[in-house]
Design a protein around this ligand. Structure first.
Ligand SMILES: [Zn+2]
Length: 297
């Protein structure tokens, strides 16, 4: 089986993106795995700080490893947005395949210094772990929200190149019109996020021009907060240089609607039966997103 690093290199070369989907329960995991395996595409599972606290850091690692081994299926695990060195080390020691160190809320110089320290700490534990760093600001809440977070700051090619070169990360998460969470109109499907595709291409060109780091990484990028994005923008973003695309809020919304459906029978008390209607709904979203990330019809 290819390593995550090899999968990202391959996706970048083909200008497609690997889907990253968050979980905190077995219903969503079942749906995501069914979609990915059915389409024969690799998958990244993400667990945020809240999701890691709920699922358990070691338990999440054991769960994903068990699926990878049982089905010989390329499914990998990402620690989504740890903000501290302690959380980063905890995930690295538990066997996570990717870690996104996020100090993007701090001034650039502090973000660089802290990300560099996180890179050193992770490499010392396991140099194979794919490390992502983040610049710009796209909000921090993967929920349905009333209005866009204040202080959204788009990234520039210059700061992207400086950040990648100074920190030695493998993957960059820039702000390019994406946003964590869903506005109410987006949850209703009447409004969509629009990405700055030219900015994505310019940032990609700036970091691809740098020498690769010792692990061969440094030119990959992740699109965070993909939920609610215009369909065509997903495919254009992958073509322009996004190698990983995150979708979380959409799956949470489908989970909730599915559970509401499951609760309609007042006699039903089996949790797996109550969550069952959410599974095909989540699977459908993941399949539709994977098609767009891979330019498939
Ligand atoms: Zn994110």
């Amino acid at each position: 089986m290819k390593s995550l690093r090899e999968i990202l290199a391959d996706a970048a070369e083909r200008h497609v993106a690997v889907g990253h989907f968050n979980i905190s329960d077995l219903g969503a995991l079942k749906a995501i795995v069914a979609a990915g395996r059915g389409m024969n595409l690799p998958i990244l599972i993400g667990v945020s700080e809240g999701e890691r606290a709920f699922v358990g850091v070691k338990q999440a690692a054991a769960l994903i490893k068990s699926i990878r081994e049982e089905y010989d299926y390329p499914i990998f695990l990402n620690a989504d947005h740890p903000h501290s060195l302690d959380k980063v080390k905890e995930a690295a020691e538990a066997g996570f395949d990717e870690i996104i160190f996020d100090n993007s809320s701090l001034p650039m110089e502090e973000n660089i210094a802290n990300t560099k320290a996180a890179v050193a700490a992770i490499r010392a534990i396991n140099p194979e772990i794919v490390i992502e760093g983040e610049i710009g600001y796209i909000g921090s809440n993967s929920e349905v929200i009333d209005k866009a977070p204040e202080g959204i700051a788009l990234s520039t090619p210059e700061e992207a190149a400086t950040f990648v070169q100074e920190t030695g990360i493998d993957v960059l998460a820039p702000a390019v019109g994406n946003m964590h969470g869903l506005l109410k109109a987006m949850a209703a499907g009447t409004e969509h996020k629009h990405l700055d595709i030219e900015r994505i291409a310019a940032i990609k060109a700036a970091i691809a021009a740098l020498p690769a780091n010792a692990q061969g990484g440094g030119s990959w990028m992740t699109l965070h907060g993909g939920s609610g994005t215009e369909d065509a923008d997903f495919t254009a973003a992958a073509r322009a240089g996004m190698t990983i695309i995150h979708v979380s809020s959409e799956l949470r919304l489908a989970w909730r609607r599915g559970v509401e459906e499951g609760l309609k029978n007042p006699e039903e008390i089996a949790p797996y039966k109550i969550v069952a209607p959410a599974v095909p709904a989540i699977q459908k979203i993941v399949e539709d997103r994977l098609k767009l990330f891979n330019g498939l019809k």
